[in-house]
Write a protein that binds this ligand. Structure first.
Ligand code: COI
Length: 355
């Protein structure tokens, strides 16, 4: 396959579902566009990339994804500006990270040309599905799973790489209360925490259910060793503001290298906001809350963008954070979304034109 001249064939649906969608009331990730991009790995190479009507898949019950969880994904968004221009945000970062995840899960890496051309072709074909209302966008979900058969616990010999899209509204609604986890862990040293492996998320569901039963929405993950340091907020990276200093945990084997996280750090640098990328202990957090220097906490991720945390729980006690005017969360969210929706200059070259 010559990737420099790669043209993705498109089979269009004969029955668009677009007219049935209520764009004024979009849930997150539940409505799917008319088409999907599909590429298959077999006989040792990625082949037959194409855009085709969105449809159910047929898989052998022994496909290894069902048994050994060989599955990874990415999350991105496409935006439409007031002139009808269509944009992505730093898609090459997602392309690189997909292959970092692939390597860790013994999945064959996807050539950049297939990823980028497949992505652009699909978004062009389904561009009418990109919502225009504030806070909504087209959530784009690239994923790879082991479709090869067999119960032998070893990497599959066949895979599917699919990109599916969903016009989506906000990921969270209402206030975000989080509980600092003291028993369960999301990731361990030497594990797969830095990869976007599906199983990382499945492993969060039960502890999150327990937190929800106690009146919280998400879990703050701590280090698996002693549960001493905060690491992530649910499926998001975490930021804390103590005084005027912005803090976030360093990426590691256990922490995802978030695109929104690194964009916030770059914006903070450009805005001369004092920043420290270092371990943040629960003890330090509680002390800052007690002495009034804990100003704000927020989670960051593609789906949720930036989600302010209004309270956190630890050892049975709930700590409320004050509502802050001129919060860093609001400032960064505005800066990032203004770039994403092409409402502001993009000095960093993050905006990527689709058409
Ligand atoms: C994203 O922010 O895109 C994520 O990957 C989180 C996802 C679990 C919705």
């Amino acid at each position: 396959m010559n990737l420099s001249t790669l043209q993705i064939p498109v089979e269009k649906t004969a029955h668009s579902r677009l007219a049935d969608v209520d764009f004024s009331n979009l849930p997150f990730g539940k409505v799917h566009t008319d088409h999907m991009f599909v590429c298959t790995f077999k006989d040792g190479s990625w082949q037959d990339p194409k855009v085709m009507p969105y449809q159910a898949l047929s898989l052998d019950p022994s496909a290894k994804v069902f048994h050994y969880g060989q599955a990874i994904f990415e999350g991105m968004k496409a935006y439409k500006d007031t002139e009808g221009g269509v944009w992505l945000f730093r898609p090459e970062e997602n392309q690189k990270r997909l292959n970092i995840s692939a390597k860790r899960l013994a999945i064959p890496e996807v050539p950049k040309g297939i990823f980028m051309e497949g992505l652009k072709t699909l978004i062009q074909v389904d561009q009418e599905w990109i919502p225009r209302s504030e806070g909504s966008s087209l959530y784009v979900r690239p994923f790879i799973f082991a479709s090869g058969q067999g119960f032998h616990a070893s990497p599959a010999d066949e895979y599917m790489f699919i990109i599916a899209c969903s016009p989506s509204g906000a990921y969270f609604s209402g206030k975000l209360g989080v509980r600092i986890e003291e028993k369960y862990s999301r990731a361990a040293n030497g594990g797969v925490g830095y990869a976007k492996a599906g199983g990382n998320y499945a492993g969060q569901f039960y502890p999150t259910q327990l937190a929800v039963a106690d009146g919280y929405q998400q879990v703050i993950w701590t280090d698996d060793n002693a549960h001493e340091f905060i690491e992530e907020a649910g499926a998001m990276n975490i930021f804390v503001r103590i005084g005027d200093t912005l803090l976030t945990s360093p990426t590691s084997d256990r922490i995802l290298d978030g695109v929104t996280r690194k964009s916030i750090l770059r914006l903070a640098e450009a805005g001369n906001i004092p920043t420290e990328v270092r371990k943040i202990s629960v003890k330090e957090l509680i002390e800052a809350e007690q002495n009034g220097s804990l100003k704000e906490m927020f989670g960051s991720g593609t789906a949720a963008v930036i989600s302010p945390i209004s309270s956190f729980g630890y050892q049975g006690r709930r700590y409320e954070l004050p509502e802050l005017e001129n919060s860093y969360a609001a400032k960064f969210k505005k800066q990032i979304t203004d770039i994403q929706y092409n409402r502001a200059e993009d000095p960093f070259g993050w905006r990527y034109p689709v058409k």
